[in-house]
Design a protein around this ligand. Structure first.
Ligand code: WT7
Length: 656
């Protein structure tokens, strides 16, 4: 964040109340009601969640223990049996929702499809039977590498139906990144498509899968199931690759849901951290189902007449929790879009709002900034009067973007729901409940009922009002991640040991800095670790550094984030070269391309700075803070006392 933004955030006094009419019709109607629910949940979180679990979900067998907490390992609804695909589909078929639109899909170029709950159920059952035919069994892992097409959601639900865990890999990730994730999860099957549409071009997904699997480099994968989407020629390996439409033809649409245990693994989703390779965040069935259901219902005030559109990709947690599971569990209509806002189609999002009468729209600050740049005549020339709630997620939203969103898109009548949460938390943690909590531009407001969030120092002491500290959660919640796949120790180290447990109380360390104001509102400032947030996507500096040093020209690399007006942050890489190579524009281009090829386009550095040496402390640690300041053009003369060789800094300055 720039200094001026921080100042404007600190002086932010504006308060926006929902209209009386809005509040009266909302699930949670007033600050008092929120406060009452929050207090009740705080006093007895277990009975709070148990009551909701009973009321909101269908269970095949009831649990015998609400919470088993062996810090840092939690089990929720122990012994309970349910199936999340049943809660997302079957139970609605017994109601008038049977023929309600479950999934509305807007494709590129110009395609669209709508599935009712009955139709989606049929597709999921058939696909589940195909998975079984291919030998997928309960407990197996299935990789999903798909464009934003209905089959992505169908594949996820089909896995859930038979008790297999999915691991969705964002279609923008490279073959290399896909390979690592499939190997870490020992996936038995990969579901993909020939290609997908992205910004007016075809993303060759099947080619990437072929590259990832070449030379038996993912030995666990036995079969690949391929959806035909873009219809270009692709290689189909005999015995391994199968067309989705071939295998589905004539398959029974009867597939009883597997009665999975509350704690059976639902999915693994990889996310970046400070060190090492991306970690496999594990979510299980019962707690996750409940948490995504209730958070969506209250924070987006889901009603049966809503048309809800979240613009994320299913490759991220937002897509899992709030395109697929949360909305469908609630029996809502969820919109899915294959494209993205782009200058070549500046009104595309507003056309979709108008076309389907979208009532709830959920996107990221980076998209909002892109809308601002494309100009307000695009939204203004569409009828957006159907909208009633606007959401944001992924990074701190600057008050200017918040105000624009509120005024231009929401016509100053739609509450802005700024949701702070993470892949690890499964669902919203700090968020307004739009009928109950007045909003302030730039603040995610107050914790969700049952979430004991706070801002503390490294000793776990609450910091003073308006003072910066670490965002923590003091009690387990149903949607929390259960472990890092295959590495429980890393789970403990990453999230539970930064702040020492005291008197048996363990604090979940989110990795974000925040402060609380005099009203108890949370202001999330951004990551306090070496995670960079580019356009709402998380990348670890170490991942990018490893990608850089895997290029023969690079001897050493240090990567930092610098503020970017559009993307929030962008990557700046400081690089030293091997003897035979010389710095220049060509090599800069090549290295950027190399990183994109190793990880994915989102990791492409914005700038590469060549240097003879990197600034290090006397003990040999790279001085990232100094590099960060250099990258963003700040004065660095103050932080050089521990620098080993001052001339390094002078040279870096000259080069900037
Ligand atoms: C990190 C989590 C959760 C879905 C999207 C990202 C940042 C997320 C907000 C927000 C300020 C936010 C945090 C967090 N973040 N939402 N509303 N305000 N910061 O999920 O990839 O797991 O990233 O995104 O830094 O730790 P993710």
């Amino acid at each position: 964040m720039s200094d001026s933004t921080i100042e404007s955030v600190l002086s932010e006094q504006r308060l926006f109340h929902p209209s009386e009419e809005f509040s009266q019709q909302a699930h949670i109607k007033s600050t008092e009601e929120y406060q009452q629910i929050y207090n009740r949940a705080q006093q007895d979180p277990e009975s709070f969640w148990a009551e909701l679990a009973e009321k909101e979900l269908d269970w095949f067998e009831k649990w015998n223990q609400v919470l088993d907490w062996q810090p840092p390992f939690a089990k929720w609804f122990v012994g309970g049996k349910l199936n999340i695909s049943y809660n997302c589909l079957d139970r609605h078929l017994k109601t008038w929702r049977r023929n309600k639109a479950a999934l509305i899909w807007e494709g590129e170029p110009g395609d669209s499809r709508t599935y009712t709950y009955a139709q989606l159920h049929r597709e999921v059952c058939q696909t589940a039977n195909v998975l079984k035919q291919l030998g997928v069994q309960k407990g197996d892992r299935v990789g999903i590498y798909m464009p934003m097409i209905p089959e992505a959601a169908i594949a996820m639900l089909a896995c859930a139906r038979i008790g297999a865990a999915h691991t969705v890999v964002f279609g923008g990730f490279s073959a290399e990144a896909l390979k690592d994730r499939l190997n870490d999860a020992s996936a038995k099957l990969v579901i993909t498509a020939d290609g997908g549409w992205r910004k007016d071009a075809i993303v060759p997904l099947k080619d990437q899968v072929d590259k990832a699997l070449a030379n038996q480099s993912v030995p666990s994968v036995e079969n690949v199931l391929v959806v035909q989407r873009t219809e270009q020629d692709v290689h189909m390996e005999a015995g391994r690759d199968h067309w989705w439409h071939d295998l589905k033809a004539g398959v029974s649409a009867h597939c009883p849901p597997e009665p999975t245990d509350s704690e059976d693994m639902l999915f693994i989703l990889y996310t970046s951290g400070t060190t090492g390779k991306p970690k496999g965040v594990v979510h299980t069935t019962g707690g996750y189902n409940l948490y995504t259901h209730v958070t969506l219902k209250w924070a987006f005030d889901i009603q049966d007449t809503d048309v809800y559109w979240c613009t994320a990709d299913v490759g991220w947690i937002t897509g899992h929790s709030y395109i697929v599971y949360g909305p469908l569990s609630n029996g809502a209509t969820t919109v899915m879009y294959e494209g993205a806002p782009r200058p070549s189609a500046p009104g595309c999002m507003w056309d979709i709002v108008e076309k389907y009468g979208v009532t709830i729209f959920y996107t990221a600050p980076t998209a909002i900034r892109a809308f601002i740049k494309m100009g307000e005549h695009h939204p203004k020339s569409r009828d957006l009067s159907s909208l009633r709630i606007l959401g944001t997620v992924g990074e701190p939203i600057n008050p200017e973007a918040w105000m624009w969103y509120y005024k231009v898109i929401g016509n100053s009548r739609c509450p802005i729901v700024d949701t702070w949460w993470q892949t690890e938390t499964g669902g919203f943690m700090v968020t307004p409940l739009p009928g109950a909590i007045p909003t302030k531009p730039g603040s995610a407001t107050l914790p969700f009922p049952g979430i004991l969030a706070d801002v503390v120092d490294l000793d776990g002491n609450q910091v003073a009002t308006n003072e910066g500290g670490y965002l923590v959660v003091k009690y387990p919640w149903p949607g929390m991640m259960r472990t890092v796949y295959g590495d429980p120790d890393r789970f403990r180290r990453t999230y539970w040991e930064h702040i020492a447990p005291r008197e048996g109380q363990y604090l979940y360390f989110a990795g974000d800095g925040a402060r609380k104001d005099e009203d108890g509102y949370f202001w999330v400032m951004g990551r306090v670790d070496d995670v960079i947030n580019i356009a709402g996507h998380r990348l670890g500096t170490m991942e990018v550094e490893s990608a850089l040093v895997s290029h023969p020209a690079v001897a050493e690399a240090a990567v930092v984030g610098r503020p970017d007006e559009m993307k929030g942050e962008e990557i700046v890489a400081f690089v030293t070269l091997e003897g035979d190579y010389s710095a220049g524009e060509e090599l800069e281009k090549e290295l950027k391309q190399h990183v994109a090829g190793e990880i994915g386009a989102i990791a492409r550095p914005g700038a590469i700075r060549f240097s003879d040496a990197l600034p290090k402390t006397r003990s040999g640690k790279i001085m990232r803070r100094l590099l960060r300041n250099l990258a963003s053009g700040q004065d660095v003369s103050g932080d050089t006392s521990t620098l080993e060789d001052r001339s390094v800094l002078d040279k870096l300055r000259e080069g900037s």
